[in-house]
Write a protein that binds this ligand. Sequence first.
Ligand SMILES: *[C@@H]1O[C@H](CO)[C@@H](O)[C@H](O)[C@H]1NC(C)=O
Ligand SMILES: *[C@@H]1O[C@H](CO)[C@@H](O)[C@H](O)[C@H]1NC(C)=O
Ligand SMILES: *[C@@H]1O[C@H](CO)[C@@H](O)[C@H](O)[C@H]1NC(C)=O
Length: 591
Amino acid sequence: MQSIKFLIFFQIILLCHSIRGDGDSNKWACTSLDLCILDPASNIGDAIRFESQHDCRLSCGRYGAIWPMPTGDCSISNERVRFDPWKVRFNVVAPTAATTQFIRETNRIFVSNILKECVRNCTLDKGKEILVKATINSTSLSLDWNTDESYTLSIRTTATATFVDIKSVTVYGARHAFETLSNLITGSVSNGLLMTQAARVIDRPIFMHRGVLLDTSRNYMPLRIIRNTLDAMAASKLNVFHWHVVDTHSFPLEITRVPELQRFGAYSNEHTYSRTDTQNLIKYARLRGIRVLIEIDGPSHAGNGWQWGPMSGMGNLAVCINNTPWRQYCVQPPCGQLNPLNDNMYSIMKEIYEDIAEVGAPEETIHMGGDEVYIPCWNNTKEITQKMIDTGYDLSMKSFFKLWSNFHLKNLESWDDVNQRQYPRLQSPKSVIVWSSHLTEPNIIEEFLPKERFIIQTWVDSDDTINQDLMKRGYNIILSTKNAWYLDHGFWGRTPYYNWATVYNNRIEPNTKVLGGEVCMWSEYVDQNSVEARIWPRAGAAAERLWSNPKTSNILAQTRFYRYRDRLIARGIRPDAVIPKWCVLNEGQCL
Ligand SMILES: *[C@@H]1O[C@H](CO)[C@@H](O)[C@H](O)[C@H]1NC(C)=O
Ligand SMILES: *[C@@H]1O[C@H](CO)[C@@H](O)[C@H](O)[C@H]1NC(C)=O
Ligand SMILES: *[C@@H]1O[C@H](CO)[C@@H](O)[C@H](O)[C@H]1NC(C)=O
């Protein structure tokens, strides 16, 4: 025993002499359990020492600091090069001016992101030269469920320079590669930045739909907050911003063809999104690999913004608006439900679609909402029940379901019409999305909503069988697991808060009918003052679930996750704390 101890001691002395760099600061080491620990006395006999925990984390463990974890090959050297981010040189090989321009913008965003990692002075007089080459071979800028987001990234270093080589089919794959590259870079305790000097990553997402829903109706969110959300999504390789922009409470969105909606529906002139705002947001999102999916909820969850029908001779476009006592007319105040028997309402809906199709990309579709229809509202409205009886309906549940599904089918026709006119070269009609509801119960859905056209976004508990049942019947689904991915829970009623581990461990059974999933930030109990901490870093846990669908649990991901959270902070996001700082600094000690 004694002699072994002596041997180890001797070995450590030898190692100490082999350490290069900043002398005192090189005290971090990566253990055999992939933990970065501060080891000032050099107790672990590992040849490589790092100047900081972040430096160690770059290459400690199979995936280093990459979040979400790559799904293909991943090898990362634990040697570094020091460089000046201002001097990185980019070379773009892309087939068109538009794709070249896209990647140039990506390069700009990349540099501005890594500059934020600088600890001291970013400027370095004698750093390694970094040459980045990105090769894209598809001319397409379209982003939907068929987009190829794969990429390969390799880094190699010679005596003269470091060469970063990115290859992808689409610009979106290349964009993700730059995001991964930023995960292989960290600040240095001295000037400049550190980058892994050799690496190879082959990567592609498991699920094509990786989203965050943000509700801007219950409480308005300023554009700055939405852009921050998009920035953090980009950092997490999330690709769908589901904008729940309107609801019964308020209608902040400008529809140029029907200005009354915003005029009567916004909380104030300040609580609005102009058409230009929307166009700019969509552009901002695109450059970050994100599509904006606008939801115009209906027939329920619509009221304020729709009040002006009678005064302009169009009749009641919606009914039960702001009715009291609310419990008799809706599930949540204020009440309101569109009038499914007023043709003017359908004309306005079509004008809304015209506006949305104009600002969106040709391949983009719409979310039609369609949840929580409260039958007693319609059934207590004489105008509706009378018309139903006159047209041969009875007042049974089935009749109301027919009314409700007709609402979606008529709107679908309008949506198809609008798209055929605006995009005559469209190959096939676009699918639309609706929420799961009574109408989508597996035993009746086929009677009401054709599976070729309607994708169902389910918001049920993880043990609910509806997902399996809908897929068996041929429906594509998007998962918003209510007892894991509802980020508003924990703040109202008896709902529990789901910590990042619960979000992460929401396993998804692979199935070609699962397009992906979304975490949902409903805004009844959150506004601009707290929303970032409510969404982040938890949405990042879902991002890894959707990108990689790992078989392992959050335990193996935690050190990478803490690093990911730090990265969000560097980029100006304000994520919630998930553990005491001591536990972050002392990896493996708080299990
Ligand atoms: C950063 O370093 C560069 C080069 O060494 C130097 O010219 C510059 O003044 C420094 N900036 C600051 C803020 O120290
Ligand atoms: C584009 O790249 C993919 C993947 O590397 C390759 O399979 C394909 O043949 C390439 N297409 C063209 C037109 O170069
Ligand atoms: C609607 O109201 C009528 C009359 O009050 C009632 O008979 C009927 O059951 C109600 N329908 C539903 C689906 O609740």
